[in-house]
Design a protein around this ligand. Structure first.
Ligand SMILES: Nc1ncnc2c1ncn2[C@@H]1O[C@H](COP(=O)(O)OP(=O)(O)O)[C@@H](O)[C@H]1O
Ligand SMILES: O=P(O)(O)OC[C@H](O)CO
Length: 503
């Protein structure tokens, strides 16, 4: 009987389940979007129960469409939108509040207070992170401070905290009937609560944030022979399958792109955009606005670290043009509009909708469109939206080159936006390095499958994975240096216009 590996990708906009064969090829897939909830400007929530329901549906959907039975899966891995936080009742599985999404800025006051007491970098040596609304710790604190039932339950030891992989693994493995309460090192490294060196929760930070440690999940490797499963027979797989891989989605893409050597980097162009460079077995402190984070840990091996440049809004700007300005019906159509014009007519969009993340870390920033004249039409706006992603990436690459002391010579790309040829060509031009897309662009799911597949012996080691990586297309730079420089200078001026908007 043929066997496969399954991977759940619970992303910001949708949930997917993909089934892979030995060659890393996709043999089954299903996907479903979930609601984005915006209760106030800058606030973003998801319904955790809707996410769990959709996850079960896409698992069942992919199995039904492919004709593969649950018991043909040798193991299951999970990858997820990181930082997004749920607090729930361990006896009922009922969330005390909606999931607070990574993009949500509601913890601005909490972060301001933390910074006033000790500066933005007060936890950087321990956690690798600046104080920012992005990370989970302040989100847990917000729920405990604002929802009295959650605080009471936490004090009684009845509340569970978790990021999305924790939430889903708990349900898959039994939920209130004794499901595993675990988080992998990559997700834990996004909480601002984990010590990057010891891979344990930091008592001092927990006490500063007033978060009781009994609600926190156990920290485990990203690929774990011990497994945290199996799944329940009465769940969506209809079988007991080992759950033995969990990796935050951006780190999963690094694994899926087989960036296992120091200096190798990938950029994932999805809702946001995340450039990660492998830096080896020791955390490297950033001096230029990047964050230090776990890349992955395979069970029984030393952890690997990376530097990350996180951009909050990339494809989300395209969605905004589609949904809020009704400029087109589907995301790929942005390219048709952008191709109607040679350039942006001198305008820029800086989508600082959640403030600016790396390398600026400015929660006070808000989005701008600048350089407008009566000449500008919607085609220029479409083009400027795509260019914004490429310019934000250039900001990150500049910082990465300075931090690592190595000049990036090639960028591996993946994510939903890499099907946009105009963007990818402009990216190569504005970075002045080739950009390459692999044949399997679903690298996030693939990385989670690899984590589960290595733990369960489906793949024997990295050599198997390297053999699965194949180039699809490479975009080479073809822009004059003076044009590149002028464009980037304009971008830097536009970024300056976003600052000091919110108090
Ligand atoms: N052809 C395209 N051109 C530009 N943006 C696109 C295109 N296709 C998808 N996108 C954008 O990519 C994002 C979806 O990418 P995906 O990797 O699936 O995201 P995520 O994993 O963050 O949910 C959406 O924000 C969408 O607007
Ligand atoms: O779900 P994505 O692809 O938008 O990724 C979100 C990131 O993990 C946030 O840190």
């Amino acid at each position: 009987m043929a066997t496969y590996i399954g991977a759940i990708d619970q992303g910001t906009t949708s949930s997917r389940f993909i089934i892979f064969d030995k060659h890393g090829r996709i043999v089954g897939m299903d996907q479903k979007e979930h609601r984005q909830i915006y209760p106030r400007p800058g606030w973003v929530e998801h319904d955790p129960l809707e996410i769990w329901k959709n996850t079960q549906e896409v698992i069942a959907g992919a199995l039904a469409k492919s004709g593969i039975r649950g018991n043909q899966l040798q193991a299951v891995g999970i990858t997820n939108q990181r930082e997004t936080t749920v607090v729930w009742d361990r006896h009922t599985g009922k969330p005390f509040y909606n999931a607070i999404v990574w993009q949500c800025t509601r913890t601005h006051e909490i972060c301001k207070q933390l910074m006033a007491e000790g500066g933005q970098d007060r936890f950087r040596d321990i956690t690798g992170l600046p104080v920012a609304t992005y990370f989970s710790g302040p989100k847990i604190k917000w729920i405990l401070d604002n929802i009295p039932e959650a605080r009471n339950a936490a004090q009684q030891g009845d509340a569970m905290f978790g990021t999305i992989e924790t939430w889903i693994i708990w349900w898959l493995t039994g939920g209130p009937r004794g499901g595993a309460h675990v988080t992998d090192v990559t997700n834990a490294s996004r909480t601002m609560l984990m010590n990057l060196h010891t891979l344990t929760w930091d008592e001092d930070i927990l006490s500063v944030l007033d978060i009781p440690d009994q609600g926190l999940p156990r920290i485990v490797p990203s690929s774990d022979e011990a497994t945290w499963g199996p799944t329940c027979e009465d769940g969506p797989f209809g079988a007991r399958i080992p759950v033995c891989g969990a990796v935050g989605d951006q780190q999963a893409a690094l694994v899926g792109q087989t960036c296992f050597a120091p200096g190798e980097a990938k950029n994932t162009y999805g809702t946001g955009c995340f450039l990660l460079m492998h830096t080896g077995h020791k955390p490297m402190v950033s001096r230029h606005g990047l964050i230090t984070t776990l890349a992955y840990q395979f069970s029984g091996r030393k952890p690997s670290y990376c530097l990350e440049g996180s951009i909050a809004i990339a494809g989300a700007l395209v969605q905004w043009l589609r949904d809020n300005l009704n400029m087109f019906d589907s995301a790929p159509q942005v390219e048709e509009l952008a191709r109607q014009v040679e350039d942006t007519g001198g305008m820029y969009i800086v989508p600082a909708f959640s403030g600016l993340f790396a390398p600026y870390w400015r929660p006070d920033a808000r989005g701008v469109m600048v350089g407008l004249t009566r000449y500008i039409n919607k085609n220029h706006i479409a083009r400027a939206a795509l260019e914004a992603t490429a310019y934000q990436t250039r900001d990150i690459v500049e910082a990465m080159n300075k931090d690592s002391g190595v000049k990036l010579t090639k960028l591996k790309a993946d994510g939903g936006m890499v099907h946009n040829n105009l963007l990818m060509q402009f990216q190569a031009n504005i970075l002045d390095v080739p950009v390459v897309r692999p044949k399997v662009a679903e690298t996030t799911c693939l990385g989670a499958a690899y984590a589960a597949g290595i733990a369960s012996g489906y793949w024997s080691g990295r050599e198997d994975l390297y053999n699965n990586w194949e180039e699809d297309i490479t975009w080479y730079p073809d822009m004059l240096q003076e044009v590149r420089d002028k464009g980037y200078q304009g971008w830097q001026k536009a970024v300056a216009r976003t600052l000091d908007w919110e108090a």
